[in-house]
Every structure is written in structure tokens, then in C-alpha cells.
Design a protein around this ligand. Structure first.
Ligand code: FNR
Length: 346
């Protein structure tokens, strides 16, 4: 039996299953270790977290990654609370895919609330790679976006019974959008990572940043498989783990900024992601879990704690800025080492 459900039911399923799924998650950053520095020669007061990803100047390297929109009252409330937390902590925030609101005007309020709550914040619009130039412009206008994310989610679509089956010309459409919109375009995966070949293609058409959306965090193959009668279980283990994907992307092109995401939970994960080459770190599932289970104040406290942890780690490494942290020496073990070695990446 194939299950066909409405778009808003599907969005709520994604949230429910993403939260259940998190209980099994382990860290993909265990194979990366910092080299301790006994003479860091700085004070905690010297450390600054502000940084830029291409043209976007940010007060923190952390941002709230695309999660949800459409889906009625429940997702309206989640977006409103994410926007409140983004504003009070100074984080940039991406909204979830806006395609539902382009098809049904009645859904727009679930996205517009994000700009309403945070009039001066950095907000990133979001659409899939099936989007046209006109749709991209409408999505940007809907939230007065400072940047546009275009997500690539081939494995999620293939695992969904009702998902897309035709992925031709995605790069051509991205190229068109990059040339016709007046905000930077970020292309992102949703939990399967990007390899250097993909990043080279994206860079060649002028994409400003790639968000690696690596494997090791929220797993959309597992989420979609929960909605199927006959599982396509081989996709559950698919994809490029986040730390590897950051290094693949950072080695692909000088022209493109790299954003790490997929499985970040702690300040140490974030520091490792940056030291592997990321200019910023997106977090989705772990923030959603705190928000839904403990509320908006707990999410704000979590973000402040992550900032404090990052400052402690940067102090211990003698890194005054995020750019310094990107140069901190690391040791890489195990499968991560073997992967990078075989691909000639260091
Ligand atoms: C997502 N993600 C996502 N990404 C995107 O580009 N557009 C979207 O609409 C959504 N929707 C969405 C819903 C829910 C409930 C979750 C948890 C996630 C993917 C997200 O931005 C991110 O790439 C992955 O979740 C991996 O990061 P984490 O969750 O491991 O931090």
C-alpha cells in the first residue's frame, strides 16, 4: 500500500519522526581531535564570535537551519518561536521550504511570522532545486530574505512514495536563479552530504555558499522509511558524513564559502566543524528537539551555552577569531582519515 497524505500532514510527520529518530544519534565528530595547546597566550575576553559567510555578516558562526513552514498552526508556532530565539540570541535563521506557500497563499503566514518577529535579523529563504526564477523571487520577497537556500534532496525524494523521480537540469535552474536574484544563493543538502565534484559544479555557476548537510544527524531516509510499508533500508546508511563533507567542500573551490551542518549538537562539534574548514554551522534537529520538548527559553539558554562553550574551546586553542579557529591543528582518525586519504584531501 502506498500512503498518500496531505502536505501539511507530511510536514508534521517530518517533525514527529525527526524527534523520535534523534534518540539513536551518535556523534560523527568522534574521529577528530584537537591538539592541546598549553601556551595559548590569550584571555577569554580576546575571543570574538562574529564572522562572515560570503556577503553575510553574522554575530555568531551558528545559525538555525531550515526546518519547517506550511503545515498550519503547529508549524506557525514553531517558526514564531524559532524567530524569537534567533532575534534574542542574534542568530541568522533559514525558513523551511516555501513551495507550499507559493502553491497555497493560505500557508504564507507560517513563514511571514519569521520576518514579523525579527524585523532586522538575517533571514534565509528556502526552496527546492525544482524552483523557477519567479518562484525564487517570490520566496525571497515573502520573508524579505537576506539570502536564498536551494535544497538538494534526491535521496529523500526517492525514499518518499509520492516523491519526485526526475532530477534533470537542477544545476541549470540553480545557474538561472543565481544570475537573476539579488541575494546570495546557498545550495544545501538535507543530511546526505556533498562531495567535491558537486561543489565544483555549484561553484562554476556562481553559487555563493554550499551547506554540506552531511550524514550523521537528522536522517531523512529513516524518516521517510517510517512512512513506507516496504522499507528502502539501503538509503538509511547512505551519504557522506558531515566532517568528511566539510573537507570535501573546503578542498573543492576557493570561490565558494562552506557551511557545516548535519549532526551538530555541542560546542565541541561546532568548533571541530569550523576547524575542518566551515565558515558557519547550521543546526536543525537538535534545536527543534529542545524547542518542542522544553520551550523557547530553553532554546535561548542552549544557544547562549553553545556560545560560551565555543569561547572556552577557542581560548584553549589560542584562537581569537573564527578565522583563527579554522587554522587550529587537528588529528583525524579511523574511517574519516581513510576516506580523506583515498580522495587525496588534506
Ligand atoms: C529539515 N530540513 C530541511 N531542509 C531544507 O532545506 N528545507 C526544509 O524544508 C527542511 N525541512 C526540515 C524539517 C525538519 C523537521 C527537519 C528536522 C529538518 C533539513 C535541515 O535543514 C538539515 O539540513 C538537516 O536536518 C540536517 O541537520 P541536523 O538536523 O542534523 O542539524
Amino acid at each position: 500500500m502506498v500512503i498518500f497524505v496531505s502536505r501539511s500532514e507530511r510536514k508534521w510527520d517530518h517533525i514527529r519522526f525527526a524527534l523520535q529518530n534523534r534518540q539513536n544519534s551518535s556523534s560523527v565528530f568522534d574521529e577528530i581531535k584537537f591538539i592541546h595547546q598549553s601556551l595559548p597566550n590569550i584571555s577569554v575576553n580576546d575571543v570574538r564570535l562574529d564572522h562572515s559567510i560570503g556577503e553575510l555578516s553574522l554575530s555568531s558562526p551558528i545559525f538555525i537551519n531550515a526546518m519547517t513552514g506550511g503545515g498550519g498552526e503547529k508549524t506557525h508556532r514553531i517558526n514564531k518561536e524559532l524567530a524569537i530565539a534567533a532575534k534574542s540570541t542574534g542568530l541568522a535563521m533559514a525558513v523551511g521550504s516555501q513551495m507550499s506557500a507559493l502553491k497555497d497563499k493560505g500557508e504564507r503566514y507560517t513563514y511571514e511570522i519569521v520576518r514579523k518577529e525579527n524585523p532586522n535579523g538575517i533571514i534565509i529563504a528556502n526552496l527546492g532545486s525544482e524552483a523557477t526564477v519567479d518562484q525564487a523571487k517570490m520566496a525571497i520577497d515573502m520573508v524579505a530574505a537576506n539570502a536564498l537556500q536551494i535544497h538538494l534532496n534526491v535521496i529523500q525524494e526517492l525514499t518518499m512514495p509520492e516523491g519526485d523521480r526526475d532530477f534533470t537540469d537542477a544545476l541549470k535552474r540553480i545557474d538561472n536563479i543565481v544570475n537573476k536574484v539579488d541575494v546570495p544563493v546557498i545550495v544545501k543538502e538535507v543530511g546526505f552530504g556533498v562531495g567535491k565534484e558537486t561543489v565544483e559544479s555549484l561553484s562554476s555557476v556562481g553559487v555563493a555558499a554550499v551547506d554540506v548537510g552531511g550524514a550523521g544527524g537528522t536522517n531523512f531516509a529513516e524518516i521517510e522509511n517510517k512512512r513506507r510499508d516496504r522499507m528502502i533500508s539501503f538509503f538509511n546508511e547512505w551519504g557522506i558524513p558531515t566532517p568528511i563533507s566539510i573537507m570535501e567542500a573546503a578542498n573543492a573551490s576557493e570561490k565558494i564559502s562552506v557551511i557545516g551542518s548535519g549532526g551538530f549538537n555541542t560546542g565541541l562539534d561546532i568548533a571541530k566543524g569550523i576547524a575542518m574548514g566551515a565558515n558557519g554551522i547550521g543546526m536543525a534537529g537538535s534545536f527543534l528537539q529542545i524547542l518542542v520538548e522544553q520551550g523557547v527559553e530553553a532554546l535561548e539558554e542552549e544557544i547562549e551555552s553553545l556560545h560560551k562553550e565555543l569561547v572556552l574551546i577557542m581560548t584553549s586553542l589560542g584562537a581569537k577569531t573564527i578565522s583563527d579557529l579554522q587554522k587550529a591543528p587537528l588529528i583525524i582518525f579511523g574511517e574519516t582519515f581513510h576516506w580523506l586519504n583515498q580522495r587525496g584531501i588534506d
